[in-house]
Design a protein around this ligand. Sequence first.
Ligand code: SAH
Ligand code: SF4
Length: 389
Amino acid sequence: MTQLTNLLDKDPAQLVAYCAELGEKPFRAKQLLRWIHQFGASDFDAMTDLAKSLRDKLASRAFIAAPAVISDHTSSDGTRKWLLDVGHGDAVETVFIPEENRGTLCISTQAGCAVNCRFCSTGKQGFSRNLTVGEIIGQLWMAEFALRQAKGIEPGPKGERQITNVVMMGMGEPLLNFEPTVTALKLMLDDNAYGLSRRRVTLSTSGVVPMMDRLSQECAVALAVSVHASNDALRDSLVPLNKKYPLRELMAACRRYLEFAPRDFVTFEYCMLDGVNDSDQHARELIALVQDGEAPVPCKFNLIPFNPFPESGLKRSNNVRIKAFAKVLMDAGIVTTIRKTRGDDIDAACGQLAGEVQDRTRVQERMQKMAEYQQKYGRDFGRIVEISS
Ligand code: SAH
Ligand code: SF4
């Protein structure tokens, strides 16, 4: 028996090739793309402008399916969080954050994460595996049409789009799952699929320098960089990847990226950790880092109040401190925002729930894998999951 192909795994060019394999013309691929990504269709029989013979052929060889939904919760503030089953005991999260003039979807790119930042709970689960294209774009596909259904909005290009922005800020380090991430990004931007502008799609990275350069060439979307520290010694202890790509190299990579970026600034994310990285002196050091006379980095700062979890041994900076820190940056002319916590009542502000469904054997396996990464990147070990734009 031939294995069935999930058409969510295919980007526009791959769908053309797939149609060619079936002896079909390229315009069929465009029709398929529209049915899948604009109408949310998963049943080939609904694709009424395809010949019956082609629909039958597709039904016997292909399918269209996103990861199964394990749970689906909506917060009192409207934030909606899905927990998705990506097989082998792994689960990832997708979060929708509605705002007045936009709807942002925060998606995951890996089950677990190998980077192991000290303040991030995803790392605590260890690295499990990279998500496929279908599992990444499937989050957008599933969420867009579930949101429309809830509001009674028709599928198709004429129906009001619910998701206007995407942030890759869920579980995982997108640049360590490069190809599937870029393929999913291309689908997000494609006019026959979601047609989002590059400015409305943001990739967040802990700073995988060579892959930032590749992204600038292959699919330059808006960039957020998780900086979290104002000097290398501190960043080494919070983001182990810093030992490989220290701040100077990271800042240079940001400047190179900006030549190709859809926005003229990088967003620096900064997780506010009580007594660790939140003093005025740290803020002044950050200013010197990004306003380096010879080579400044046009940027904006997004301060994220730390979402505590028990094993971290870290605490959230208090609000007065966060505001004072923001003021130092703003007084130096740097646009600074403080991320508001959304979906607290459904645990959408960090990925705890994904941990609850893991079974213990799998956790052990992941921990073994983590040990390998610890040897490579250092012994710190944390978890990543953040939501919100
Ligand atoms: N791996 C990528 C993208 C996912 S994490 C990255 O690190 O950028 C998205 C954001 O959430 C990052 O800025 C990350 O540092 C932040 N984050 C992770 N754990 C957090 C926590 N416990 N509290 C607040 N922010 C956290
Ligand atoms: Fe991975 Fe979490 Fe660090 Fe992002 S913050 S790189 S998800 S460990």
